[in-house]
Design a protein around this ligand. Structure first.
Ligand code: BDR
Ligand code: CA
Length: 314
């Protein structure tokens, strides 16, 4: 069997981030989680760092290393999303406060050192939040860009529009200046936009299958999804909310679940009305260089089957 793929998960948990982390930790044959780096986003940094550790402890994986990163976006004030994720960012289950500590090293330095220390083209970055940490790493050590195997992100939206403003998806909106740096970096990017994540809905029947696994992490996940979906059900009027972030990990495990195309993507940073918009040249109407594979279709049942199967392994 091939060596597990080496990944760093950069995240702002968030219930859907938690699902992504659990999906990765439930897939040790395929994925080697070198570290989890936290960033401010859904909630402030102290909480995203707490939540990352809560998730590791729920999975009984106190050995996973968690590194704390940026407290605020590169140039702007932090925007958070307690209205979606609750006060802690991980509302839903009753959990113990984590006992594991964050590592002493800063997330940005961990990212740089890890990419330098491994053979070029072997470390994949999985980003589930604002791109602040990665942008800092590229600013501090630009030579790491060509060494990154791939950056798979949850971010952006095009046909679906935005979810925090009519034009912008939350992760890109929080730090559009960071996103701009990433899309100009030359790193091979795979983008999971709202166009995909709005198709993976947490139907009651899907959540019940997860709960029925009966283990601590699976039941906690079902409780997180019970909480998480109430906001989206109200907003979108659907039976279940979109489960954004685990699409990133699912892509690494089963890329055939997704369909998309290579495009040019530019980030709007100036316009007050559309700041944070991912301008995707889907129809190839410019001669701007392709810089990302933008996904649009997903086998949603295949995705939930995979998630459920891997949660059962934890
Ligand atoms: C993204 O924003 C966050 O609220 C979620 O965790 C996800 O990463 C969806 O727009
Ligand atoms: Ca997230």
């Amino acid at each position: 069997m091939a060596e597990p793929r080496k990944i760093i998960i950069d995240t702002d948990p968030g219930q859907d981030d938690a699902a992504a982390i659990m999906l990765a930790l439930g897939s040790p044959d395929e994925l080697d989680v070198l570290g989890i780096t936290t960033v401010a986003g859904n909630v402030p940094l102290a909480l995203t760092s707490r939540n990352a550790r809560v998730v590791c402890e729920l999975c009984d994986r106190r050995d996973v290393k968690v590194y704390e990163g940026a407290e605020r976006p590169l140039l702007r004030q932090l925007v958070t999303a307690e209205h979606v994720h609750g006060k802690t960012g991980l509302d839903g289950p009753v959990v113990d406060e984590p006992t594991m500590q964050v590592e002493a090293q800063h997330a940005v330095d961990f990212i740089i050192e890890t990419i330098r220390a491994h053979e070029a083209g072997t470390v994949t970055l999985c980003t589930l939040g604002a791109l602040t940490n990665i942008a800092h790493a590229l600013q501090k050590a630009p030579e790491i860009a060509p060494r990154v195997r791939e950056l798979v992100m949850m971010g952006g939206g095009f046909f679906e529009g935005g979810n925090i403003t009519p034009a912008a998806e939350f992760n890109i909106y929080v730090d559009p200046d960071a996103a701009k740096i990433i899309f100009a970096s030359g790193i091979p990017i795979v983008m999971m936009p709202l166009d995909v994540t709005h198709k993976v809905l947490t139907y009651k029947s899907r959540v019940e299958k997860i709960r029925a696994i009966g283990s601590r992490p699976a039941v906690a996940m079902a409780e997180m999804l019970d909480f998480f979906e109430r906001f989206d059900i109200e907003k979108y009027g659907s039976d279940g909310g979109p489960l954004h972030d685990p699409t990133v990990i699912a892509y690494l495990l089963r890329p055939e679940l997704f369909k998309g195309r290579d495009c040019n993507v530019e980030i709007e940073t100036a316009s007050e009305l559309t700041v944070g918009m991912t301008v995707v040249d889907w129809w190839q109407v410019t001669d701007r260089k392709h810089n990302a594979k933008v996904m649009r279709e997903v086998d949603d049942q295949g995705f939930f089957d995979l998630l459920t199967e891997r949660l059962a392994r934890l």
